[in-house]
Design a protein around this ligand. Sequence first.
Ligand code: URA
Length: 359
Amino acid sequence: MVDALREELADLTASVRAFLEWHAMTGADGLPGDPSALHEALGASSSEGGPPAARRPDRGFAGLDAPAPAAPRGGGGAAFAPPAGAAFAPAAQRSAGGAAPAHPEQRAAFASPPHPEQRAAEAQPARAPVQPPRAPEPSPRPAVSAAAAPRAEPAARAIAAAQPDAPEERLARLSLIAEEVRTCQKCPLHEGRTHTVFSRGDPLSEIVFVGEGPGAEEDQQGEPFVGPAGQLLDKMIAAMGYHRDGVYICNIVKCRPPKNRKPEPAEMAACSPYLASQLALIKPKVIVALGATAVQGLIGTTEGITKLRGTWKLYKGSIPIMPTFHPAYLLRQPGAKREVWSDLKEVMRHLGKSAPDRG
Ligand code: URA
């Protein structure tokens, strides 16, 4: 009883801390439920203006080095407990809500060249704030061009076509796809990988975050978004009221591109059936596309993320996509956090959740 209360209190404290950190970053300083904070979030200037942070962006704001926060309960359904033998992520990494363990590879990652997403986003000019709410616009484009798309592996094709409803069946099929990915050799990226990186989080979640591809730490640990960008992503997720394990997180490509370069179109096309199967089985209500490559992998557009972000797109004519900046970009450009928070609030509105600073 006392233990349960203590755990509850620890969760609550961590959640409030994550919320406050994110709000300090986004310019708002109200507590959850304080309507005045909305005004401040939209109107106040970011406390992190000024020149881009130097490399070692993890020092960009207080708290990034702290363990990933636990988030409020009930944000996105129960945290997923995979069936025995399931292969969504290495068991050692699946600690419920805990931070990714420190790893020597983290140091190497800091020395790596900037994530391609950072370069792409930085190349874009600044733009006006997000437009008011609007209906998702249909996108006529397929995820990859038919010519470029390779034939899907038989298992992935069958799995995507079947689209079962029963959660157990969906989980079991996701597990099969993860197994298939583990031995995939459909593109040259398999040659340099340590681990494939399939997903983390809850496959029954209403919300899926899609990134570009694994970096050094993700390749080492076999789990997406466990490096500095992942820790920031965890804060964004917590600020939305979800537990880091209560949402589903995956990438366009499942193997690390060498030197963190952007995946080639052929590599994205080779991996595309896996993502399509994942999304067909998860059936999320919303996809958050993190960065230009994620949007490109999902709907085929090559437009810059500065233009795309904050405007609804559609995946395969049915699932709304909210494009936003990649967290790796935010590590170098903390001033863009306000735009990202605006995009995430739009997602919460779409899901019928009140944003913490909207009361
Ligand atoms: N960046 C991504 O796009 N994906 C990851 O998994 C990690 C960093």
